[in-house]
Design a protein around this ligand. Structure first.
Ligand SMILES: [Zn+2]
Length: 219
């Protein structure tokens, strides 16, 4: 990517942030040179790294809801979540792997849409309470090897059963190793794992950020 193009992207994202300000909880500090990006600003992961693999399940009907709930596939997160994720991915790359992303920030209206399809708190967070995905601090991820092949984590993404739990030990040594690898580095980079879902990670410092309904534009 050329510097010029990158600057244009940053400018566009700033414009997006400012234009969305009225309908969201995002706070953008400004000085005489314009808006300043803070650690809680929502940013698009692809503008900070080109090293991730994407499979945004909710932008297609290939998910447990059997419904496409996002208009387009983008991974927006708060800047501090992006920083942690980029750092974790660097570590994985050193080891011959990289992160594949299934889901990132989820605007509250999308949470409501999901809740309408499946109103069961075991599968979808109740929008009245919200989830860390609505706060921009959660990611659903797995690892792929140098050939882009997913590591065996024992279940597929969004498998709702005991087998998806970190505490379920009736899995092969290989699966245990793969889950452990993902968990170890994510924890090192400031995330918490979630016991019942091997794919879900919360940024520790993002648990109390505000729930947001800011949406991204689709081309
Ligand atoms: Zn999740």
């Amino acid at each position: 990517m050329t510097c010029h193009f990158k600057s244009l992207l940053i400018f566009c994202s700033l414009f997006w942030i400012v234009s969305c300000k009225s309908q969201s909880a995002i706070t953008v500090t400004e000085d005489k040179n314009g808006p300043i990006i803070s650690d809680t600003t929502f940013v698009n992961l692809k503008e900070y790294s080109q090293d991730f693999v994407y499979d945004m399940k909710y932008a297609t009907p290939d998910n447990f809801l059997k419904a496409k709930v996002y208009d387009c596939a983008e991974c927006f997160l708060r800047l501090k979540t992006v920083k942690g994720l980029v750092e974790a991915n660097k570590k994985f790359i050193e080891k011959g792997y990289r992160i594949k992303i299934f889901d990132c920030y989820r605007p509250l209206d999308i949470q409501k849409k999901m809740w309408k399809i499946v109103s069961n708190p075991e599968y979808v967070a109740n929008p009245a309470k919200g989830s860390i995905h609505n706060r921009g601090g959660a990611v659903d991820i797995t690892l792929v090897d140098n050939n882009g092949k997913e590591l065996d984590m024992g279940t597929y993404f969004d498998y709702f059963g005991i087998e998806a739990s970190h505490n379920y030990l009736n899995v092969s040594e290989k699966i245990k190793r793969n889950r452990k690898l993902l968990k170890k580095i994510m924890i090192q980079k400031g995330f918490n794992s979630f016991d019942s879902e091997w794919w879900h990670y919360n940024l520790k410092s993002g648990l109390n950020d505000k729930i947001s309904n800011t949406k991204w534009d689709c081309d």
